[in-house]
Design a protein around this ligand. Structure first.
Ligand code: 3HC
Ligand code: NAI
Length: 706
């Protein structure tokens, strides 16, 4: 018998004595206002209906409930609130059972915790990931979880935001039973009927006893507070989480809930929440490039990699880790052996750390083969070239690929800067040529710029996105230009940092200011890590085409002329005594900088950290606006994801374009115009920035689906 569904996203149906409540709200059963209303009504109905003896809550589709509806954050609240819904579920006079499959996350798990009994099946993911959105569990999660599984396990789950499997959840006491079939409805109904037959009582998590050892619980809180203060790096919500769990120990349940709500609202209002939620949606939006709609991915069964250097080896590891076979091509046997050794080194490092077994490594390496003959690539579906950064060398490689590869094979280059249009035009099948710009170390860094030349077919672009998915990379579509999205912005904010250095700030102050803003490293530390010679070569290459009127700071060149390339040579902007990785300020570098200031006729002045960051960010944002204006990036959010995933931009700021919106574009533009008084050539406001300010619009207004 079907009872009238109050809202069709939550349906009710009497199955024997059990009221089956199904949440059916695609794609992930998020707890939007309709769902909350429907759940509340279902519990009210269950309590009022004498035919109902128990309630079973399940999710339709692939998940139980993925959590609160993230799209509602920042909008005016609509009743009923989720905490009220959870409290009503818990207060139900008849046993409420939650049956979990797929995602039972955030508010979804909180609904389950408010139920009286919980069953899950294999494949269920249970977690409280709110911290990743700058929040804390705000519907009783910080109060019920520790009461159910104890403070240490609760703190671990809530502070990490990780997903626990159904098996782990059972071991933790988060659920009562593990269903052994995949049929969540059958499992849930069977469990509910079994509980009824056993006259199982209503059992409320608010009364659970896992916090009874007060001293041990408080010790866990103290330890977590200590560790979180060290690790949280500017994040707002983690310490609030610790405070909320402490309240679960020290205060009565209802008081604890009120305290949790207060902290939750503080987090909800924080700019960090806005930045992290922006990042969540942006990293999903980048997957929707137009070619992924129009194109059909080609087969990806076997991959070729050319070059076994830093990038070729890293890319090969990424591909092997995805379970695909790799054929590596090198110039000669010795280089091939070096390429293989680079790969061995990665896996041996994992073995040494106990994160991989020798057997697993052997099984992975069985998918690797190497050759010095391009003919070995005849069978591959996609090739990634990672040879020296030299157009002629690359063209020669592509001529070979044109000769040996099967029709339809995707031919990709990992070039950082070179003109991919020119590479494509040099062979007989330009529609198959694309840029796949990985970041170093390629097996670790998540960003993959998919660089799309004009002639490329949509299928090839779609294949690139498919490869990114297999490699668990975050792809961002970029157009062809010098540096694509990421390195093009890098060149500009690096130039701003160089100018600041020549004008009077020390590289150490600039790096510290950038770190304080939230990046893991400052620009000069990055140069030292990557190797100063790389940028030096690029600057020499560009020397002929550089605008003679543009300011050119020569300090880095002075260091390179001395062979100071950074960590690998023991000194760069910093000193690295005996191969140490943390650099020390170098008085000789400071003397060189002083001499350069004199040579350039600059009278050094001092900058506050804030003044440094205003220039650094204005440069980054202005160039970000330029790449959007020119169509190199589809939308501002593509720039954000590039900087978040490839350059360590702090996720809680959402990316440079989101940050610009939060500061206000008029302020950024006013800064640029102010800086332009000193150097009008460098500080030319992007036409897009000017236009948006004139219209009173922001970057977010351009973040519609591509
Ligand atoms: N609210 C609104 N939309 C959501 C959502 C949510 N909680 N979770 C996912 N979506 C949307 C995605 O944006 C995406 O939309 P799109 O198709 O328009 O791009 C769609 O659902 C599918 O998501 P995915 O592409 O991520 O699908 P997957 O199958 O790969 O992953 C998932 C599913 C594991 C559920 C993943 O989406 C996820 O981790 N979601 C977020 C879970 C989360 O953080 N929950 C906590 C929310 S905060 C909260 O609950 C506060 C409470 O304590 C008060
Ligand atoms: P590398 O110098 O470490 O490796 C290049 C390898 O290519 C060498 O092992 C060399 O023997 C091999 N090689 C040269 N010519 C060849 C040929 N004709 N056939 C087969 N193999 C050949 O260089 P790296 O750093 O790996 O860079 C490779 C490419 O990746 C360049 O285009 C570079 O711009 C790009 N890149 C580099 C990044 C980095 O951080 N190092 C980041 C992203 C892209």
């Amino acid at each position: 018998m079907t009872l009238s569904p109050l809202a069709d996203v939550v349906t009710r149906e009497l199955r024997g004595k059990v009221l089956l409540v199904t949440i059916d709200h695609a794609p992930v059963n998020a707890l939007s206002a309709d769902v909350r209303r429907g759940l509340l009504a279902a519990i009210e109905a269950a309590d009022a209906d004498r035919a109902v003896e128990a309630v079973l809550i399940v999710g339709a589709g692939r998940n139980f409930i993925a959590g609160a509806d993230i799209r509602e954050f920042g909008k005016p609240p609509v009743p009923p609130s989720l905490p009220d819904v959870c409290n009503r579920i818990e207060a139900c006079a008849k046993p409420v059972i939650a049956a979990l499959h797929g995602a039972a996350l955030g508010g979804g798990l909180e609904v389950a915790l408010a139920a009286h009994y919980r069953i899950a099946v294999d494949g269920a993911k249970l977690g409280l990931p709110e911290v990743q959105l700058g929040l804390l569990p705000g519907a009783g999660g910080t109060q019920r979880t520790p009461r159910l599984i104890g403070a240490p396990a609760a703190l671990d789950l809530i502070l990490s935001g990780r997903h626990a499997s159904a098996k782990e959840a059972l071991a933790l006491g988060l659920i009562d039973r593990l269903g052994d079939s995949g049929d969540i409805l059958a499992e849930g109904l069977a469990y509910a009927h079994e509980l009824l037959a056993a006259h199982a009582p209503v059992r409320r998590t608010r009364d659970a006893a896992a916090l009874n050892d007060r001293a041990a619980s408080l010790a866990a809180v103290a330890k977590a507070r200590d560790e979180t203060a060290k690790k949280a790096r500017g994040l707002f919500s983690p310490l609030k989480i610790v405070d909320a769990v402490e309240a679960a120990i020290e205060q009565p349940f209802d008081e604890g809930l009120k305290f949790e709500r207060k902290l939750f609202l503080q987090c909800l209002d924080s700019p960090q929440r806005a930045g992290l939620v922006h990042a969540f949606f942006a990293e999903r939006e980048v997957l929707k490039a137009p070619e992924t709609r129009d194109g059909k991915p080609r087969a990806l069964e076997a991959i070729g990699v050319i070059g076994g250097g830093t990038m070729g080896a890293g890319i090969a590891v990424a591909v092997l880790d995805a379970g695909l076979p790799v054929t590596m091509i090198e110039r000669d046997e010795a280089s091939l052996a070096r390429g293989r050794a680079h790969i061995d080194k990665v896996y041996d490092g994992l073995i040494a750390k106990g994160r991989l077994t020798a057997e697993k490594k052997a099984a992975t390496m069985a998918r690797w083969s190497g050759s010095t003959s391009y003919d070995a690539l005849a069978h591959v579906d996609l090739v990634i070239e990672a040879v020296f950064e030299d157009l002629d060398v690359k063209k020669a490689v592509f001529a070979e690929l044109d000769r040996v590869c099967k029709p339809g094979a995707v031919l990709a280059t990992n070039t950082s800067y070179l003109d991919i249009e020119a590479i494509a035009a040099s062979i007989s099948r330009p529609a198959d040529v694309i840029g796949l710009h990985f970041f170093s170390p390629a097996n670790i860094m998540k960003l993959l710029e998919v660089v799309v030349p004009k002639q490329v077919s949509a299928d090839v672009v779609a294949t690139a996105f498919e490869l990114a998915k297999k490699l668990r990379k975050t792809p961002v579509r970029a157009g062809v230009c010098d540096g694509f999205i990421g390195n093009r912005l890098l060149a500009v904010y690096r130039a701003a940092a160089d100018a600041l250095m020549e004008d009077g700030a020390s590289p150490y102050q600039i790096d510290a200011a950038v770190r304080a803003f939230g990046l893991p490293m400052g620009p000069f530390q990055v140069v030292d890590l990557a190797g100063g010679d790389i940028g030096w070569a690029a600057r020499k290459r560009r020397a002929a085409t550089r605008d003679p009127n543009a300011r050119y700071v020569q300090i880095a060149d002075r260091l390179c002329e001395r062979g100071w390339f950074g960590q690998k040579t023991g000194r760069g902007f910093y000193l690295y005594p005996e191969g140490s990785r943390g650099g020390m300020p170098d008085p000789e570098v400071e003397a060189i900088i002083d001499a350069e200031r004199k040579r350039a006729g600059v009278t050094p002045r001092s900058f506050t950290d804030e003044q440094i960051m205003r220039r650094y960010m204005a440069a980054m944002i202005n160039e970000g606006a330029n790449v959007v204006h020119e169509g190199i990036a589809l939308r501002p959010l593509d720039v954000d994801v590039t900087l978040l995933y490839g350059y360590g931009f702090p996720r809680y700021r959402g990316g440079p374009m989101k940050y610009a919106d939060s500061v206000g574009l008029a302020t950024i533009l006013a800064d640029i115009r102010e800086f332009a008084k000193e150097d009008p050539l460098f500080w030319r406001p992007s036409p897009l920035l000017v236009e948006l300010v004139e219209r009173g619009a922001d970057f977010a207004s351009l973040n519609t689906t591509a």
